[in-house]
Design a protein. Structure first.
Length: 273
């Protein structure tokens, strides 16, 4: 079906319509062989509170953005290559139903659908596209995923020291390694994680120590591999390396019972069913 629709005029028109809705703030989406399979509104669990987001499923990417005017204008466009996506079904909570996690190497987040049927349709279409892409490219499913951020309202105290209470003056921060909500004293360190960003990112003290230990192990392993080569080359001296060139057992509290969540009347819409 995808091959049949790839170069049709109706597919080109639908992709152009999505581009127009994002306007100048979005990236071009039309590519040879790319097919728009469907769209729908899902609730994305964001840092502050769950928010409605528009999602577009293509045969090779997942695109989502903020809704300015439904069916007419969107912004904050995000493009996720499907080859990097892994899905995980999550249990319902008292506040949110039909949840699942979209995991990638750079960002992981939780979404929920308006009904169980809609969730099944989304997951089915996503898994089919991912399976087709991996078969086509010969790649293995991704095993490294970024940790999802714990929502701010999930806890009133630092999830590391469990002492600092958050307030208007005491800000919440997120560790980019484990996603925990932490205070400033528990997250003063920065660490370079190239998979996530070209700049050092904020991490909690526990993750910082773990990352340092992993880095030390990698350096020792590299040194052991280099030593036989060094001894075989007369006069060789290794470099000093001084060249210089933004989850432990803690558990998040339950979400407040008075939190309001978005319920969408718009279900999954398949263009080519």
């Amino acid at each position: 079906m995808v091959d049949h629709l790839a170069n049709t005029e109706i597919n080109s028109q639908r992709i152009a319509a999505v581009e127009n809705c994002f306007g100048a703030s979005g990236q071009p989406l039309a590519l040879p062989g790319r097919v728009l399979l469907g769209e729908g509104i899902l609730t994305k669990e964001c840092r502050k509170k769950p928010k409605p987001r528009i999602f577009f499923l293509f045969n090779d990417i997942l695109v989502y953005g903020s809704i300015v005017i439904n069916k007419r204008k969107y912004n904050s466009q995000h493009i996720i290559p499907l080859e990097d996506v892994t899905l995980e079904t999550l249990p319902d909570t008292l506040q949110m139903k039909n949840r699942w996690m979209i995991k990638t190497s750079k960002k992981s987040f939780v979404v929920s659908a308006a009904s169980l049927t809609e969730r099944k349709e989304w997951i089915s279409h996503l898994e089919e596209c991912i399976r087709h892409l991996l078969t086509k490219t010969g790649r293995q499913p991704s095993t490294e995923h970024a940790a999802p951020w714990i929502p701010d309202k999930a806890t009133d105290i630092c999830m590391r020291c469990t002492q600092t209470k958050f307030s208007t003056l005491t800000r919440r921060h997120h560790c980019r390694k484990c996603g925990f909500v932490v205070c400033a004293d528990c997250s003063r360190q920065r660490f370079l994680m190239p998979r996530l960003s070209p700049k050092p990112l904020r991490v909690c003290n526990l993750c910082y120590r773990q990352l340092l230990a992993e880095k030390k192990k990698e350096a020792e392993a590299d040194l052991r591999q280099t030593e036989p080569i060094c001894s075989a080359v007369q006069g060789y001296e290794p470099s000093s390396g001084d060249d210089s060139d933004k989850s432990d057992d803690d558990k998040a509290d339950q979400w407040p019972a008075d939190t309001e969540f978005y319920t969408s009347p718009v279900s999954w819409s398949s263009f080519h069913s």
